[in-house]
Ligand binder design. Structure first.
Ligand code: ACO
Length: 320
């Protein structure tokens, strides 16, 4: 039986770091307000050269190195992003070119907002288990600072830029154990950027719009349920989870999900204070930090979970 497992992980944050105090000079807000409600202290902001594909490539190189994998060994690239460089070609195609991958492997983006990395992981797992690929590069990469309205304190304090990547490889031993991906388009208007090109002109919203309280309410319920469902379907007891690696949107949402699973905070990888919400990049950034800090070790069981615009959400149970 063929399984897929994580061979290597990498991430990248732009150099520029913006604290809550820096933000308080731009909009009427305070470190206290932001930290109390979200757990965020700072975020990283891309400069003009840090396109989403450039951030993605930097994270990918680190993941390839950790996986001891040459770029041309990759036989599928999937990038989760809502801030790709262009409408097309896909960011995944740009990543393929910038990494010097010349084997014509398929490459495409998926759009599942903050759940994008998990969606990519589940697709990669299916390709590998189905015998269609042996080594897959999955990436979550975002430059949300470009679609945030820097005059809207309701949203601009929440987001940051960055990228995270993983190489998944075929294995005789189980890695990805179980997953559950969900979506509900009924909630499309709660969190969205509903602008589009129309005959050479941009029509509609140019920035992220959000009903914060509605997102909060739905997120706590949906994430608690999907996390529980995933381990129940896998017949995996919650107490055997070594690390919860959640989407880093808000420490209060994370705490509520951990509590529902009966997991103490010591078993949660928390990066929201320094990264803020980096959408599709947030889970692989947290995963990479957990591994590089020596918290997450080989053989341990991880539960990834997150939700984003759509709504699109899910959870993945895996053995690292
Ligand atoms: N600084 C100071 N005051 C602010 C700020 C700010 N940055 N933003 C809003 N306020 C004010 C509001 O104007 C309002 O003032 P008023 O009472 O005079 O009208 C007051 O603070 C309370 O506003 P609320 O929106 O009710 O604040 P709430 O306690 O709900 O917190 C927050 C807002 C942090 C957005 C919360 O709803 C939340 O975390 N929601 C989840 C949203 C989220 O995580 N989105 C990320 C994308 S989705 C995802 O990744 C899961």
């Amino acid at each position: 039986m063929t399984y897929s497992r994580i061979l290597g992980v990498g991430s990248f944050l732009p150099e520029k770091r913006m604290t809550n105090d820096d933000l308080a000079k731009v909009v009427e807000t305070s470190d206290e307000w932001i930290f109390q409600r979200t757990g965020i202290k700072a975020r990283h902001i891309a400069d003009d050269f840090d396109t989403t594909s450039n951030l993605a490539v930097k994270a990918a190189r680190r993941a390839l190195q950790q996986a001891d994998t040459a770029p041309n060994e990759i036989d599928l690239i999937i990038v989760g992003t809502v801030t790709g460089d262009y409408a097309f070609p896909s960011t995944a195609c740009l990543v393929q070119q910038k990494l010097g991958i010349t084997n014509n492997c398929p490459a495409f983006d998926i759009q599942a907002a903050c759940a994008g990395f998990m969606y990519a992981m589940v697709m990669a797992d299916a390709y590998i288990r189905g015998g269609l690929a042996k080594k897959v590069l999955i990436i979550g990469a975002e430059t949300l600072s470009r679609i945030v309205n820097w005059q809207d304190r309701n949203t601009c304090v929440l987001f940051g830029d960055g990228a995270g990547a993983a190489v998944l490889g075929a294995s005789d031993e189980p890695g990805i154990l179980h997953s559950k991906m969900c979506a509900d388009g009924e909630f499309a208007s709660v969190l969205h950027m509903d602008g589009r090109m129309n005959n050479g002109e941009w029509n509609g919203a140019k920035f992220i719009n959000m009903d914060g309280q509605a997102v909060f309410k739905f997120a706590v319920k949906a994430l608690s349920e999907v996390a529980k469902d995933t381990i129940t379907e896998a017949n995996f007891p919650a107490e055997k989870i070594d690390w919860l690696v959640p989407h880093q949107a808000n420490s209060r949402i994370i705490d509520a999900t951990a509590k529902h699973l009966g997991l103490p905070r010591e078993k949660v990888i928390l990066t929201v204070a320094e990264h803020a919400n980096t959408s599709a990049a947030s889970i692989p950034l947290a995963l990479d930090e957990g591994i590089r800090e020596g918290k997450i070790k080989r053989g341990q069981h991880l539960l990834l979970e997150g939700i984003g615009g759509g709504f699109a959400w899910g959870a993945v149970l895996l053995r690292y």
